[in-house]
Design a protein around this ligand. Structure first.
Ligand SMILES: [Zn+2]
Ligand SMILES: [Zn+2]
Length: 536
């Protein structure tokens, strides 16, 4: 048996592992690569996936970094079944259609941009796929129940088991039989945090021959996991007292429902006043919430079920049209508004920020990861002003950051999960993580369980024969590690330095406080450069 790592190999996104055994060739996940343009070009390298010769695909969960290239495969000849759990099938259909819409919009923007700039088109100007491809993909999704083994092809037995993480997320327990000998593989998918509010803990299968485990948080634990409801209620009390709004930027799928559930718990405990309504201002979130209600039996809900969300006493309103959304800004008095995107870089949340961020008494509550460079990250890092729709606005709102909603297991939780299966003879491969996190986790796995994990890289092939040591082969080293363009980066640096010198000529005209702030920030950058140089 051969396993090729086509994504999430020493990176987090683009999960895809192609397994070949005898005449059967199948994939675990087929996710989109997200990051800088140098790595996103891999999304267009469809030949490497050879979709026409894939017999079937096993999908762990609906997140785009696991499902986002499925429509691309269908567009290029993949005609087989995509097996997943029932909630994943519904969520994937919703998310892939949305993803296709984003691809189409980006393509329109690129082609008009190219025309204006007179730039020649290249492969990445083509939309990865269109809405029709996403709709065709939805027809190939096949729901299978948790915990029941099935045989998608002769010699391959598969069981989907609870992984926590998001609604419908599964880990895969696969037995491959070749020449009468069986090998068991477990793919973790993305592993949830044990004790999460909405989802049950990940199951622990019996010890497999090979464990392929995600390592997103291999280098760190989550902080302050237990105070999430306290922190949320603190923000609500603060804004209620000032008769202002609480804004919660949240990803439309999973995080929004988790927050809604938390709000209902608080409402039941009397910690949200009756005259403080909750608005969900995201059509996508409204659709996703319906799917959560449909599959409420898959959720852990000790005090109430998600079906209760729509009871009138909880005062949750879903706004649909842009007009409904705009009316929220005219509405006086305290309210809680959940809206997307979670990092404030797109979507309706930006309008709510524009109308509220400069008001003392407003709360902005961050409940998810904020990537570098996004408005959300700037606010979390304490920005005093924020640029929105061309205006530089003062940040007078209070910023809250709640860490306890992470959908991924932290380091010690990953180790506990691996430890519950670790026996002599079990092999471990680390996937879905940055190299730094993987190296640290690998060290701890070696120390605790005496197992040295392999850390496959992009395009690497692992060959597994029962009773022999695994062999690793890299067919295209130049594709896995393309040359780094240092010249380009150095030119950019030179340009920035020239700009800095220009602007510095006028720095002493600025108000004194502003000069102090700029000086401190520049000193930080200088210090970073000093540290960087000392590492070279
Ligand atoms: Zn995920
Ligand atoms: Zn993932």
């Amino acid at each position: 048996m051969n396993i090729t790592f086509l994504g999430a190999a020493q990176t987090v996104t683009g999960s895809c592992y192609v397994i070949r055994t005898g005449d059967v060739r199948f994939a675990v996940d087929c996710g989109m690569v997200q990051g800088n343009s140098a790595i996103e070009v891999r999304n267009y390298d469809t030949e490497t996936y050879d979709p026409e010769h894939l017999d079937f695909i096993l999908l762990t969960h609906a997140h785009i970094d696991h499902s986002g290239l499925l429509p691309r495969m269908v567009k290029h000849g993949f005609a087989g079944n995509i097996y997943c759990t029932a909630p994943t099938a519904d969520l994937a259909a919703l998310m892939l259609e949305d993803s296709a819409h984003i691809q189409e919009t980006e393509q329109e923007w690129k082609s008009s941009h190219n025309q204006r700039k007179g730039r020649e088109a290249d492969i990445t100007d083509e939309a990865l796929y269109l809405t029709e491809d996403a709709l065709a993909t939805a027809k190939q999704l096949r729901a299978v129940p948790f915990g029941e083994a099935f045989e998608p092809a002769p010699g391959v037995r598969v069981t989907f088991r609870f992984a926590g993480h998001i609604l419908g997320a599964a880990l895969l327990d696969i037995t491959v039989t070749e020449d009468g000998k069986s090998t068991r593989l477990v793919f973790s998918g993305d592993l949830g945090r044990p004790g999460a509010l909405l989802l049950p803990d990940a199951e622990t299968p019996e010890t497999p021959d090979w464990l392929f485990v995600e390592s997103t948080y291999g280098d760190r634990n989550h902080k302050g996991e237990n105070d999430t409801l306290e922190e949320l209620s603190e923000a609500i009390a603060y804004s209620y007292q000032h008769k202002e709004k609480v804004l919660i930027p949240a990803f439309a799928v999973e995080r929004t429902q988790e927050i809604l559930y938390s709000l209902i718990l608080l409402r039941k405990q009397g910690r949200i006043p009756a005259d403080m309504p909750v608005y969900v201002d995201s059509p996508m979130a409204a659709k996703a919430t319906k799917i959560f209600v449909k599959y409420a039996s898959h959720l852990r809900a000790p005090d109430l079920t998600l079906e209760d969300i729509n009871k009138p006493e909880y005062a949750v309103t879903y706004t649909q049209t842009v007009k409904d959304s705009q009316e929220l800004n005219l509405r006086k008095g305290p309210a809680i508004i959940l809206s997307a995107s979670g990092m404030c870089n797109a979507g309706r949340i930006r309008h709510h920020l524009k109308h509220n961020i400069w008001k003392p008494g407003v709360s902005i509550v961050f409940v998810g990861y904020q990537a570098m460079g996004t408005p959300g990250r700037k606010l979390v890092d304490g920005a005093k002003t924020l640029r929105l729709f061309g205006d530089e606005l003062n940040v007078e709102a209070r910023i809250f950051t709640i860490n306890g909603f992470s959908a991924h297991a932290g380091q010690s939780q990953l180790l506990d999960w691996i430890g519950s299966m670790a026996r002599p003879g079990m092999n471990v491969a680390l996937i879905h993580g940055e190299p730094k996190a993987q190296t640290i986790l690998a060290g701890l796995i070696k120390e605790r369980f005496g197992i040295t994990p392999v850390i496959p890289e992009y395009l690497e092939e692992l060959s597994i024969q029962p009773g022999t040591l695994p062999a690793v082969h890299q067919p295209r080293p130049e594709a896995s590690r393309p040359r780094v363009d240092w010249n380009f980066l150095m030119q950019e640096m030179d340009q920035r330095m020239a700009q800095l010198r220009d602007r510095m000529a006028h720095a002493s005209d600025l108000p004194w406080e502003e000069q102090l702030e700029l000086r401190d920030r520049l000193a930080e950058i200088e210090h970073d450069l000093f540290v960087f140089l000392s590492h070279m």
